[in-house]
Structures are given as C-alpha cells and as structure tokens.
Write a protein that binds this ligand. Structure first.
Ligand code: IVH
Length: 683
C-alpha cells in the first residue's frame, strides 16, 4: 500500500514560488530577449517543479509551465466562433496609393491636412493571425483566423509557444482579454528546421510562413513543441470587465506591461510623410530582421478616430497594409545553359523571358544542379515561378505544370566542359558535376582571378569582373599574379579604358600588395578554405611557408579543419602550378605584417567573443576593423542579439545601438575598441 503524501500549505507555496520564477525567466528570455540567469539555472528550477508535481500530482494546474505540452494528439481541431470578427487589411503598393489613403481618411475625419494624423506603424509579419483568450489572466484558448468569423481551436499548440505567457503579469488586466497577434517562425529557426527535416528525410518547407502554418496545424502538440514558433501581439479582440487605453500605441504598451510580446519595430509616426519614412527605414533593414515581413501596416492611432472611420466590408478603414513589391513572378524558360565556376563546378542556369521581380529585371535564375532540376522537373519551355530575396541570385521556385506546352526539352548535364572540353566528372556522393580541366579551363581561371580580387580577399576593386574577363580573353593574363605585370599601354589599349582609368588600375594593384596572411590564403581559392579557415590557418602557423609545408595530420590540429579540408590544402600546395603562381605573387611584392603566433590569440580581449560593428568609423573601414578583430579570435557578426558580447559603434549608429542598449550588450566606442585591440596585440 502506498501512502499518499499530504499536501501542506508550504508545498503549495513552494510550487507557486517555482512557477513564478520560471514564468519570470521565460518572460526575460522569450519576450524581452534578455535572460537574467544561465540556462542551467533555469533547468534546475524547472526540474525542481517537475519533481514536486510528480510527487503531488494534485498540484498540477493547466497553466503550470510544465504543462506546455499537456494533452494527447487530437483527431481534428474543434471550431471557435470569434465573438469579434478577425478582419483583414486593405493594401497599397506605392506612394500614390498611400497618399490616397491619407486624403480619404483626412476627409472622413474632417481634418484638413493628412499630415496631422497620428499613426502607429508596424511591420506586416508574415505568419498566421491568431486570437488568444485570457480569463482572469490565465491562458484559456487560441484560435486561428479561419474565415474571420469561425476559426480552428489551436489552444494546445499555441500553449507550446514559449513567448506566450500562460499567466499575465500584474493585476489590472480585464477579466476577459482577447489578444490578437501573429504566430510566425523566425528565419533562423526556419533554416534549422528545414535542415533537420532534410537530414531526417522529412518534408521541408518552402518558406517560414508555410513552416509556421504547418507547425500550428499539427494535431500532435509534441510535434509542435519541437518547432521554433514565436508570437508578436498587435491588437485586441473581445474585452470584458476592464478598460483599455484610448489609442493603439497605448494599448500596445499596456499589452507589454502584462507580459505579452510586441514587435520592437513598432513606432508612432506623424502623417503620411512619417509613414513613408518608416516604410523606407524598415525596407532597408528587412534582410537583417530576424523574421520575415511582407510590408508594413499603418493604423490610425486614436481609437475615437478609428471608430469614426469604421469598416468597409471585412477591413477597417483606419488601417492599411503597405506591401513590399512581390518577390515572386512568372516567367518562361527559354533555355538552360551551363556555367563553370572557380572550382570547376558546372551550374545549370535558366535563361528566362525577362520579368520584373520586385523592381529588378531578372533574365537568369540558378538551377543549382542536376538533382535540383530533377526535383523540380523543370524543362525548357516550362512556365516557372521565379523567386528573389534580397541580393541572392534569383532561383526557380516551382514549375507551373498546368501550363506545360506539348513540346518541352529535358536538360542533361554535358559530358564535356562547355568552356574547355575537358571531361566532366561527378564524384560519388556529391551532387555537383565538375570540369576536370583545372587551370587549363579558361572559365576556372577567370573565376579564380575574380575570387582573388574580391573585396574580402585581396580587395582589388580596381580590377573588376568585366576587366578580368577581357584580360583573360585577350590572353594578357593567365593567373592572378600576371595582373601585377600589366603595364599602362596594355591597359589603355583595352575597350572602355582611358588613360586615367589605366592609372587607377595600376594604383589599385599597387595598393593591394599590402595585405594580411589570412586574406592572402583566402584569396588563393583553395577548395573549402573560406575566410574563417584561412584565418585559423594564419593564426596557427603564422607564416605562409609553414602552411605550405604542413602535412595532412598536422593540418588537422588546426581548429575546424578535418581530413577532407586538410587533403584539399595539401593537394593545392603540391601542384607545381600553384606554387609557381605563389612565387610570382611574392616576387611582385605582396606582403603582410608578421604574426606572433604564440601571444596574439591567447591574450586577446576578443578571443571567442561575438562582436558587431555599426556606424561610420573614423580611423578605418569596417572590413579592416573586422580583420583585426578576427585576427584576435573574435567572431564578427551582422546583427545584435543576446549572444553579442560587444557592439563597436562609430558615428550615427542607428538601431543596432538601441538594441544593444536594450539587451545590455557592452558598447565600445571606436577609440576604446582600438585600445582593447592594441592591448590585445601587446598582451
Ligand atoms: S492588424 C484590423 N497588424 O495581416 C486589422 N495584421 O491582411 C487586422 N498581419 O490577418 C490585422 N502583421 O495575419 C495587423 N502588424 C499587423 C500585422 C497583421 C501581419 C496579418 C494578419 C492579418 C493580415 C491582414
């Protein structure tokens, strides 16, 4: 017979305390993005509560943080009637249409000048709308938008989202509070999820929105809990037994004070002018945001004005979505060519009927490799959806099979390199087909030189891609080192090259001679030796000679170098041609400061630290500073997060600075950073 352990007041109190601690840590971590304690401490408290609840099962409440994945899988989702309908938004696509919106509401509000109206501007998050119901501050229900009137009951799944508070903070919340917001998947989580799915042979998702939708509509919450979903709140639905402030901006502040997560990009702006400025600023930072957005939303701030404006059909008159230009467009494949890259990889490229994708005319799209072509089942003559994001190369997202003409042509990878006629090979287990011609192949030669000259390598910006093409085609250069032997007459005789530009090229060549060992190694274009590996090699060996003479075993003692990369390095340096080019380069006068292998990385203030640089620097370019920091063992990244150790700021720093301050990231001005750097070098 087991004796039931009696619950005492003290035990109840202890459970409450633990729950409060966990809720607080969750709030700091997921809502504020500002954890107060290490993960291990969180785990410890969490386990303590789990143990306590195991011992006294009667203690378990549905809002306990241990109950995020509570119930068993569902057979189907129930239905939820929205007591206040979930609306959609009207769109504008350009400034004129936005001005029209401003004029319309100004006239309805009897305001002379649309610039007098206050708006709240918010990112238009690319996820799924959700309505979340709290009763007496406790999470009770979540429903999708559905048709706006009836949605699906996704209470179990939304409970697994860590940025959702299961209990509201504070006391002054209404008895019934329905919060409206967007469930989305952060870009990074999406990328990792797809990687995981791919490795497990599972289904991958086309974009974060689909991934969020697929995850939220899982019948089994134990699956949803493994999906990196997040939540931003942007409005309210039904409210009973309490009053809310009288403006959208104040309501969002109030939601924040109750522990709900609101997008940090939200801003109050004045007039259509303020809206446009906001649009441009968000659009410029779009790539850096941790989540996908497809535009911004403007909402009239004051609720009395919202009420005056009312609704048309299913959208409010007081709000509008200003959409970014579409990133997808339809085109037709006219042909598939093959391009040969620096390492000899043959890439099939689709030649397209020119099409405007988000304001850029696209005529080519990459098809990556034969496997990708087969996966898409794409043929010459097909209608295809072209996708373009940021500055990445446009790609073919899918084929519109319904539009396939009778006659299409299949693509086959050529058996001989289109540039040099050498055999094309495909190594076992590799998706890439490669030209076996090496530096005999002019395409590989050109690409190798372009890589050598690129900004993060030798930074030879005076000798761009077009010029390299010309120089190789005219037989003036065969390798990167030949560039340093060019003279003014040769250059001035080239197409579109005046005497002045010939001088500029010579100057750029001269300037590039002074570099760093890491940049030089990276510039050589050894297979799989990227910037970070080049940096590690430079720090480990200190001189080019020792790297060139290292054997495979020794190379594997370098951080992040495994047998495959070690083999590539040894093979590269064992080829006479490569050694000859290096010798020519040294003879031309390429040089770098000596590296003190023993002391430099060891006593660095920046060793293993994550650093972000922002704003305009006075003493050097950001890339130069990045080089210096990397040489001291730092990881230099593009955006500030809670993992950032230092933010180095120049003039006019902008939003990264604000974020760093919010997260409590240590901020260094340029001078202090340089003092640290110099100190590290001497260390
Ligand atoms: S407000 C009364 N704000 O856009 C207005 N919606 O087209 C209702 N969305 O279904 C929505 N970000 O899924 C609002 N900051 C934001 C939003 C946003 C994304 C989505 C939401 C809605 C759709 C309307």
């Amino acid at each position: 017979m087991t004796k039931k352990t009696a619950i005492t007041e003290q035990v109840i109190q202890q459970a409450n305390d633990l729950r409060q601690q966990i809720n607080h840590h969750n709030y700091c971590y997921y809502v504020l993005d500002q954890p107060e304690v290490p993960d291990a401490e969180y785990d410890r408290v969490f386990r303590k509560l789990e143990d306590l609840e195991k011992k006294y099962p009667e203690l378990v409440t549905p809002d306990s943080p241990t109950q995020r994945v509570g119930a068993a899988p569902l057979k189907e989702f129930g239905q939820v009637q929205h007591s206040i309908p979930m609306l959609s938004l009207a769109n504008v696509f350009n400034e004129d249409e936005l001005q029209g919106f401003g004029k319309r509401i100004a006239s309805l509000l009897d305001i002379n000048d649309p610039e007098e109206i206050s708006f709240v501007a918010e990112p238009k998050l690319d996820g799924l709308a959700i309505s979340i119901r709290y009763e007496n501050g406790i999470y009770r229900q979540a429903a999708t938008r559905g048709d706006g009137v009836v949605g699906e009951d996704v209470t179990q799944n939304v409970r697994t989202i860590k940025s959702l508070p299961l209990n509201l903070i504070g006391k002054n919340y209404p008895a019934i509070l329905e919060v409206r917001g967007e469930v989305y998947m952060p870009k990074k989580g999406f990328y990792l999820l797809n990687k995981r799915q791919q490795e497990a042979g599972g289904k991958t998702f086309a974009n974060p929105r689909n991934a969020a939708a697929g995850s939220l509509r899982q019948l089994d919450p134990t699956v949803t809990v493994t999906r990196p979903l997040a939540l931003f709140c942007y409005g309210i639905g039904d409210v009973q037994g309490g009053v809310l402030p009288d403006s959208q901006s104040a309501i969002l502040e109030q939601l924040k004070s109750w522990g709900l997560r609101v997008c940090p990009e939200v801003q109050r702006v004045k007039g259509v002018g303020g809206c446009l400025k906001y649009f441009q600023s968000v659009n410029a930072r779009r790539e850096q945001l941790e989540y996908e957005i497809d535009g911004v939303v403007y909402k009239v701030d004051r609720l009395v004005e919202q009420e005056k404006l009312g609704f048309v059909s299913r959208a409010p008159r007081w709000a509008i979505a200003h959409k970014f230009p579409a990133q997808e467009a339809l085109s037709i494949i006219k042909g598939i060519d093959v391009q040969v890259g620096r390492t000899g990889i043959l890439t099939p490229v689709a030649r397209l009927e020119p099409v405007d994708v988000g304001g850029v005319t696209v005529t080519n799209a990459t098809l990556h490799n034969q496997d990708e072509i087969e996966r898409l089942d794409v043929r010459v003559g097909d209608s295809v959806v072209i996708y373009r994001a940021g500055d990445v190369i446009p790609k073919v997202a899918s084929v519109v099979k319904e539009r396939r003409p009778k006659r299409t042509r299949l693509f086959h990878m050529p058996s001989h390199c289109p540039e040099c006629g050498s055999d094309v090979m495909r190594a076992e287990g590799e998706v890439a087909a490669r030209c076996s011609g090496g530096l005999v192949c002019p395409a590989q030669r050109k690409e190798a030189i372009k890589h050598f000259n690129s900004r993060r390598a030798m930074d030879l910006d005076g000798v761009g891609d077009k010029l390299v093409d010309q120089l190789v085609e005219k037989g003036l250069i065969n390798d990167a080192a030949d560039q340093y032997g060019l003279n003014k007459q040769q250059l001035a005789a080239l197409e579109r090259m005046a005497e002045k530009s010939a001088d500029n090229v010579l100057q750029a060549l001269e300037k590039s001679k002074s570099t760093t060992l890491a940049r030089f190694i990276f510039a050589l274009g050894i297979r799989d030796v990227g910037e970070a590996t080049a940096q590690n090699l430079a720090m480990h060996y200190g001189t080019l000679e020792t790297i060139m003479n290292a054997d495979e075993d020794d190379l594997q003692t370098v951080q992040d170098i495994g047998p495959i990369v070690a083999n590539h390095i040894v093979r590269f340096f064992s080829q006479k041609h490569n050694r000859d080019v290096i010798q020519k380069l040294m003879k031309a006068g390429i040089h770098w400061p000596e590296i003190d292998v023993v002391s430099a990385p060891v006593d660095s203030n920046f060793l293993d630290k994550t650093v972000v640089i922002t704003g305009a620097l006075a003493s050097m370019s950001r890339d130069e500073l990045k080089d210096k920091l990397q040489a001291l063992g730092a990881k230099v990244t593009g955006s500030v997060s809670k993992k950032t150790d230092f933010l180095i700021v120049g003039a006019d720093p902008g939003s990264k600075y604000e974020k760093a301050q919010k997260l409590g990231v240590e901020v260094l001005d340029e001078e202090t950073a340089l003092t640290y750097i110099n100190h590290s070098l001497r260390g």
